[in-house]
Design a protein around this ligand. Structure first.
Ligand code: F6R
Length: 369
């Protein structure tokens, strides 16, 4: 059942190109338009949406954080992302014009379920993004967009996360398409890139041996920090979460711009710091800023592990270790930049003798609040 792999997690990491392709299948037509008939919320209603609120937990929450950048950019609808466990306790402002998106692999996470029940009680419409057919969260939602990752067995979420991202992009692009947006050309380009992205994920997987080697060499470290900007920031959070749950190491993700507001004090000689670098094309201001962040931490002794696009030469002088990813449109980069961080955490866990598929104290689906 592990298909020749030592762990389900390794198998599921390897299945990501297919999972991504399957989640796109049948949802983009030949002309590059999105056909999300499953989203049974009518076009007229979608045009009236004036706020999107995403609720989710853990890794699914990180997918939601990335979705916010895509939704606000392509649709200009304000979007909030909230931990499902916090949501209903603060009396959130919701009405018929609010679209609540609940993201959950299992479809059974109690925190997320309670959040969506609360949202529906307040009159909001709920769209579920879910990987498990017929589970409770989609059954209690107004509509569902299934991710087609296939069953995910390892406790740590990998392929489900990538497909949650794909589903979020589809929702963002669909909202843009239904409402009309000034980004028509960009949307067409992105749809084209999305249909090619599965191949790029595969290319990343083919180049992971140096990442595994690096991970093994860090097995005795106490702390690993992760930095990112823009969509790289949630990717940094996800990299840190994977490391905590699998390697039982102290790991934290930060927005690189926040370093100077406190976290930079943590940096010690030879502390590994993973930096998720935005594309030097497109939003290049971000890229310049992160290059100076890398310089700053290196000057303070950090061992820099830089995840950067092929062709990004500006980071080379400051990278103790360089992990290359294919060039992608900025908003889609998490689909490729997350993969090395999954491999990194999995290998570190193995090197430390941990049970990869069943980390201590964790369960695959959390059905208590
Ligand atoms: C981390 C992980 C958890 C889940 C979270 C939500 O690798 O798997 O953080 O993402 O418990 O679970 P679902 O998506 O089933 O609602």
């Amino acid at each position: 059942e592990k298909g020749g792999y030592d762990y389900f997690m390794l198998k599921e990491i390897a299945e990501q190109p297919k999972a991504v392709a399957d989640t796109l299948l049948g949802r983009i037509d030949a002309a590059g338009s999105l056909t999300l008939d499953e989203v049974r919320i009518g076009a007229a209603e979608l045009r009236e949406v004036d706020k999107v609120v995403i609720v989710a937990c853990g890794t699914a929450f990180h997918a939601g954080l990335i979705a916010k950048y895509a939704i606000e950019h392509w649709t200009r609808i304000p979007c909030e992302v909230e931990l499902a466990s916090e949501f209903r306790y603060r009396d959130p402002i919701l009405d018929r014009q609010t679209l609540v998106v609940a993201i959950s692999q299992s479809g059974e996470t109690m925190d997320t379920l309670m959040a969506l029940r609360h949202a529906r009680e307040q009159g909001a419409r709920v769209l579920a993004i879910c990987n498990t057919n017929g589970s409770t969260i989609p059954r209690e939602s107004d509509a569902v967009l299934y991710t087609h990752a296939g069953p995910e067995v390892a406790v740590a979420s990998t392929k489900a996360f990538l497909t949650q991202l794909v589903a979020c992009y589809l929702v963002a692009l669909y909202l843009g398409q239904v409402r009309g947006t000034k980004w028509g050309d960009e949307i067409r380009d992105v749809v084209r890139e999305l249909s090619r992205i599965s191949r790029e994920v595969e290319r990343v997987l083919e180049t992971m041996e140096p990442v595994r080697e690096l991970a093994r060499s860090l097995a005795d470290k106490g702390t690993v920090l992760f930095l990112g900007r823009h969509v790289g920031y949630p990717v940094a959070l996800e990299g840190a979460l994977k490391l905590k749950e699998l390697a039982y190491m102290h790991a934290e993700g930060f927005a690189a711009g926040e370093l100077k507001h406190g976290p930079i004090a943590l940096i010690e000689e030879d502390m590994p710091v993973v930096v998720v670098t935005p594309s030097p094309r497109g939003r290049s201001v971000l890229h310049d800023k992160i290059v100076s962040n890398i310089q700053e931490i290196r000057a303070r002794g950090a061992r820099t592990i830089v995840v950067a696009e092929e062709g990004d030469e500006a980071v080379v002088p400051y990278a103790d270790h360089l992990i290359r990813i294919p060039a992608t449109p900025t908003l889609l980069q998490p689909l490729v930049s997350t993969v090395p961080l999954q491999v990194f955490a999995c290998e570190l866990a193995t090197a430390r003798g941990n049970e990869v598929d069943q980390p201590r104290n964790l369960a695959k689906s959390v059905t208590v609040e």
